[in-house]
Design a protein around this ligand. Structure first.
Ligand SMILES: C[S@@+](CC[C@H](N)C(=O)[O-])C[C@H]1O[C@@H](n2cnc3c(N)ncnc32)[C@H](O)[C@@H]1O
Length: 337
């Protein structure tokens, strides 16, 4: 690709991100728009390997180095100074958002499985989504009290009838697997995790801090490894007599489609319960549910927050649509809890 085409591609990508950030984070919308119009910034981004050019990574790295808030002026200065510090963080780090509130999407299924459970989360990041039983939950007034009274309460709005959990699952054993585990006891890793939360995203920052504090009281085990090659070895460590559950959220989009197929075959080979919480179309052989009419209408008329829901799936069957950050859950018609 010629330099000119490359710059156009990068600028387009930043403009698309600005659009995506519009309702979520006006700060990121402004930054992304400014980068798309700034030749020096575009040149810097183009100097990075293709998988390291994402707006989310650039902005998080700048916030990691400079602290909040970062505006285009501070970002330009950082690059003008020579940019090596910024590119070093971008090359060393990955986008590894860990959103504890996604546990509220998983809990209704986990609560109904035969106890005790042995949990394996692939793509676990820092392991905050392994701590399902530590958090408390509030499903619009239906409360479940967590085993760590200091851990945050995760609020999730049930949309329509949802099989709300009556209890927390008993968890006999748990372990995460990640290409690059983050360590909740390491201050730099925790700072990076907080830079993954977009500025202006309401209570996400506080929830993350409270979840990290809970994780520090009883750090989850997250092994370094790949979700295809290292899954069988980890599963072999799970105690016999427990219901083995393999789950993942916001992970398979980062995996190439042929490898998604290999992963699906690997999970099926284990005979485990398989729970997926991913964007539509990402999980092999998991049908994409039709969008309910009301939702489609809402989306057409703007302001809908169900535009890009995740699909909660169990063993290849879609169960529910869920907000990507766990704030609402809509069970699909005809699905039993
Ligand atoms: C966006 S984070 C999601 C973290 C967590 N599941 C959650 O819902 O908050 C995606 C994680 O998947 C990990 N990941 C991506 N590809 C992987 C692979 N092939 N094997 C293991 N982990 C992988 C990344 O390192 C990252 O930590």
């Amino acid at each position: 690709m010629h330099g000119h085409d490359l710059a156009a591609g990068v600028a387009e990508n930043y403009l698309a991100f600005a659009e995506e950030a519009r309702d979520r984070s006006p700060g990121y919308e402004a930054l992304a728009t400014s980068v798309a119009e700034d030749t020096g910034m575009l040149r810097f981004v183009e100097s990075l390997p293709p998988q390291k050019r994402q707006p989310n990574l650039l902005f998080a790295a700048a916030r990691y180095l400079l602290g909040d808030p970062v505006d285009i002026g501070r970002l330009r200065d950082l690059v003008a100074q020579d940019g090596t510090e910024l590119s070093a963080v971008m090359l060393a780090r990955r986008t590894q958002t860990n959103e504890p509130a996604r546990c509220a999407t998983l809990l209704p299924v986990l609560a109904e499985l035969p106890p005790p459970l042995a949990l394996i989360e692939v793509g676990a990041s820092a392991g905050l989504t392994l701590l399902v039983d530590k958090y408390s939950y509030d499903y619009a007034g239906h409360s479940v009290t967590g085993r760590d009274p200091l851990a945050p309460t995760l609020r999730c709005e049930p949309r329509g009838p949802v099989p709300l959990p009556a209890r927390l699952p008993e968890i006999a054993w748990r372990a995460g697997l990640d290409l690059n585990p983050l360590d909740v006891t390491d201050d730099d890793d925790v700072r990076w995790l907080s830079c993954m939360v977009w500025p202006g995203e309401g209570d996400r920052e506080q929830r993350l801090a409270a979840a990290v504090a809970a994780a520090r009281r009883d750090p989850p085990v997250v092994r370094r490894g790949d979700l295809i090659t290292d899954l069988p070895g980890l599963a072999a460590e799970a105690p016999a007599g427990a219901t083995l559950v393999v789950y993942h959220s916001a992970v398979l989009a980062y995996v190439q489609p042929p490898d998604r197929q290999k992963f699906a075959a690997a999970v099926r080979g284990l005979g485990a319960v398989w729970l997926s919480n991913e964007a539509p179309g990402v999980v092999p052989d998991l049908p994409v549910p039709p969008r309910p009419e009301a939702q489609a209408n809402q989306a057409q008329h703007g302001g809908a927050d169900e535009d890009w829901p995740f699909v909660l799936g169990r063993d290849g069957t879609p169960l529910a649509l869920a907000d990507g950050h766990g704030t609402w859950l809509r069970w699909l018609p005809g699905i039993q809890g």
